[in-house]
Design a protein around this ligand. Structure first.
Ligand code: NOJ
Length: 549
């Protein structure tokens, strides 16, 4: 049997911070780096090993920092480079590493490269971006931006179109240009030298694009660019690298994450996160999740990357709605369902990611008015859908479920004014449920979601079966139970989750005489008889199984 080489990030749990909404230390209504420093002890208590810091670089904030105008400086809203150095020192003191967001598919249109590039067709930076002549006085082709509308914008000065897969203020970089790639390697090495522990790579599967052939993801040179990046930057360091890849399949995930190929450690794949939309349509075209499909997709990934490559495990990030509102029950079973979803995910093989607020069961914001949504994507899609004849009601319903702002409301620290997030006016409306869903309440309640996450994290540190055990799905056809085993050299874990509210029973298909111990459960009196496990609403249990002689 092929054994994988053990790495520190196999055993780590990562916590994503969206800095604008995390904690505001200076009362300007915007979360900042000092605010993160002040909350490091909270994160230490939770037990996480690594922070993934969403962008803190200089940016005009058209897309909340995913439009970078200077990779080498910190946006003043967030603080200074000294604050950043301090954050590294203070987190390292607590044994916490920091990985940075690397946004190199595009820059801001305010980046000096683009400002130069626009000056003339023969400017040395022109070719850092992707330009095409008009065709019949129009866009060169029909390529669409992910934020709605054409992917091409016209530059009046030089009479050419430039490509942008996101807003027109986020021009795409031209990865064919070697100088451009070298500029990126230099920038990455600057951050590595500062002591960061790796990168989360924004939409990295787009860098090999071929716009004339309508190829966005998985372009022909994608993997050679990543190998070149590896060789020129982090290859000889022990860092964590994770690519955001909406177009990943199990086959190409191995290309990215097989250590022999020298590219990345793992990717975020999104196949499971797209099961509640109508296939082939946009995520606003809603469809109910089928548990059997979720089991099939997640299991496919578990099987495929068991011996080659590595999975990342997540339900949430700053682009996705809150999982407890999406696939749990954010009303009467908020606590049970949040814990069930955590059990299901953290029981699997891979590196788990927690998004800020998930550990206290924060819910979707579901604002009533389009004016309360700040996100450029939501605003653009609203206009596009109204123009296409969708009803206001239909559009808003999709936003309640899927808008990115659901995940971006300020972190709920306490029941004080503005949820204790800021002493000033928060940059974004709070979720009105903060008086009862907040960190302070969670820390005062031994049964809280927070302490459940804490236990799951501790368990991963002390249980190699949880880290390296092989996964096997049980009962794929069952419509309401997600059950699977993990096995490492005969040591077995059984994970059983009732995904819904209605009670049900799980029959463990084993003929052996078994003795089981409960490692964790979201009910205090779960069944010890593992042959017939009666499950209440959203009940979830991890058993350690011993085979009696
Ligand atoms: C993915 C990021 O997660 C998202 O927030 C951003 O809008 C796009 N990439 C463009 O950078």
């Amino acid at each position: 049997m092929k054994e994988i080489q053990q790495k520190w990030w196999h055993k780590s749990v990562i916590y994503q911070i969206y800095p604008r909404s995390f904690y505001d230390s200076n009362g300007d209504g915007i979360g900042d780096i000092n605010g993160i420093i002040l909350k490091l002890d909270y994160l230490k208590k939770l037990g996480i090993d690594v922070i993934w810091l969403s962008p803190v670089y200089e940016s005009p904030n058209i897309d909340n920092g995913y439009d970078i105008s200077d990779y080498y400086s910190i946006l003043s809203d967030f603080g200074t480079m000294n604050d950043m150095n301090e954050l590294l020192i203070e987190s390292h003191k607590r044994g916490i590493r920091i990985i940075m967001d690397l946004v190199v598919n595009h820059t801001s249109d305010q980046h000096k490269w683009f400002i130069e590039a626009k000056k003339s067709k023969d400017n040395p930076y022109r070719d850092y971006y992707i330009w095409r002549d008009p065709v019949n006085n129009k866009e060169p082709n029909e390529l669409k931006s992910n934020f709605g509308g054409s992917a091409w914008s016209f530059d009046e000065e030089t009479h050419q179109y430039y490509l942008h897969f996101y807003s027109k203020q986020q021009p795409d970089l031209n990865w064919e240009n070697e100088n451009m790639r070298n500029s990126i390697w230099n920038m990455m090495n600057f951050w590595i030298d500062k002591g960061i522990s790796g990168f989360r790579m924004d939409v990295i599967d787009l860098i090999g694009k071929k716009p004339d052939e309508y190829i966005k993801e998985n372009g022909p040179k994608l993997h050679s660019y990543l190998h070149e990046m590896y060789k020129n930057t982090f290859g000889d360091k022990d860092l964590l690298t994770v690519g955001e890849t909406w177009g990943a399949t199990t086959e190409n995930a191995k290309l990215y994450s097989d250590p022999k190929r020298e590219e990345l450690n793992m990717v975020f794949q999104f196949e499971h996160m797209q099961l509640d939309k109508i296939p082939g349509k946009q995520r606003w075209d809603l469809k109910k999740l089928e548990l059997r499909e979720l089991k099939q997709v997640l299991s496919k990934w578990q099987y495929a990357l068991d011996k080659e490559g590595w999975n990342s495990l997540f339900w949430n990030n700053h682009d996705l709605p809150r999982i407890v509102s999406r696939w749990g029950n954010d009303r009467e079973y908020r606590i049970e369902s949040a814990k069930m979803l955590a059990t299901l995910l953290h029981g699997m093989k891979g590196t788990p990611y927690i998004y800020q607020g998930e550990e206290i069961g924060m819910t979707n914001a579901a604002f009533n008015s389009i004016d309360d949504y700040i996100d450029i994507e939501t605003q653009n899609i609203y206009k596009e859908r109204i123009a296409a004849g969708f009803s206001e009601e239909e559009i808003m319903k999709a936003f309640y479920m899927k808008a990115r702002d659901n995940a971006r409301t300020p972190m709920q620290w306490s029941d004080e004014i503005h949820a204790g997030f800021s002493k000033g006016n928060p940059w974004m409306k709070l979720n009105p449920n903060y008086p009862f869903i907040n960190v302070e309440n969670a820390l005062n309640d031994p049964d809280s979601i927070f302490y459940y996450y804490q236990s799951l994290i501790t368990m991963r540190k002390n249980n190699d079966t949880l880290v390296y055990g092989t996964y096997r799905l049980l009962d794929p056809e069952d419509e309401s139970i997600y059950a699977y085993e993990r096995d490492l050299g005969g040591k077995k874990l059984l994970i059983v989750c009732n995904f819904y509210e209605d009670p049900t029973t799980f029959y463990y298909p084993s003929s052996c005489n078994l003795k089981a111990k409960i490692l964790i459960s979201n009910y205090s009196d779960s069944s010890l008889d593992i042959k017939t496990i009666k499950l209440r609403a959203y009940e979830a249990i991890i058993y350690e199984i011993n085979y009696k002689q």
